[in-house]
Write a protein that binds this ligand. Structure first.
Ligand SMILES: [Zn+2]
Length: 220
């Protein structure tokens, strides 16, 4: 069976940046499963996998516009440090917040005096991504998977336990695709905090990521 729309695909992958640094890898987590054609993963990777068969390997180069988008200064905003209350803000700290673009993961980019600069760009925005992938499995999706928009096997929302198992996984293929509302399972914004499929996720937020309170981890 070839990878096509409405198949559940398991891939092993290593993700590197332009310099060859490893950003993420399926590694010990085992293959990452996703539902092909359902925007579970970034478009460039999905396109690269289309048509492959079990055992196939491939290098897939994903430019920013087919990955996590270009870096945008418009996603920077300044807020008074008082907004953090008792929590001392630190550069690099990440958290979820409701913004005019919906629920986003914001990173503290800078602290300037009494102002905190928040960055709503994905950590991999503006980056060209180099994936080394191997197709580990391809099967027809179940009807419930199609209606939910993500795979159900292997327990996890994305299957294979790839999601919610650590921050690194969020940067990779599994917890990818841009907006949380479209990501199906562990879209990048939710997954970035590794909380998409975890119990720490507030219900409302989980819903937006497609992972809720159901047995499969989805609230649909
Ligand atoms: Zn589901």
């Amino acid at each position: 069976m070839r990878v096509a729309k409405e198949t559940v695909v398991g891939i092993e992958y290593t993700l590197k940046d332009d310099q060859g640094n490893i950003i993420d890898a399926s590694g010990d987590r085992g293959p990452m499963e996703y539902l092909h054609g359902a925007q579970n993963i970034i478009p460039g990777l999905e396109q690269g996998i289309e048509g492959l068969e079990v055992g196939d390997t491939k290098n897939v180069l994903v430019p920013p516009n087919l990955g996590y988008g270009e870096y945008s200064d418009k996603l920077l905003q300044r807020v008074p440090i008082e907004h953090f209350g008792a929590n001392t803000p630190q550069v690099g700290m990440r958290f979820h917040a409701e913004t005019n673009l919906g629920m986003r993961v914001l990173t503290i980019k800078q602290i300037e005096g009494t102002e905190v600069v928040l960055d709503g760009n994905h950590a991999l925005a503006g980056k060209t991504l180099h994936f080394d992938i191997k197709v580990a499995s391809v099967r027809a999706a179940e009807l419930t998977e199609l209606s939910h928009g993500h795979p159900h096997q292997s327990g996890g929302c994305c299957g294979g336990g790839g999601c919610g198992s650590g921050e690194a996984s969020s940067e990779g293929g599994c917890c990818s695709t841009g907006e949380s509302s479209e990501g199906g399972c562990c879209s990048s914004e939710e997954g970035a905090s590794a909380s998409c499929c975890s119990s720490e996720q507030p219900a409302a937020e989980a819903k937006s990521g497609g992972c809720g309170n159901g047995g499969c981890g989805c609230g649909n």
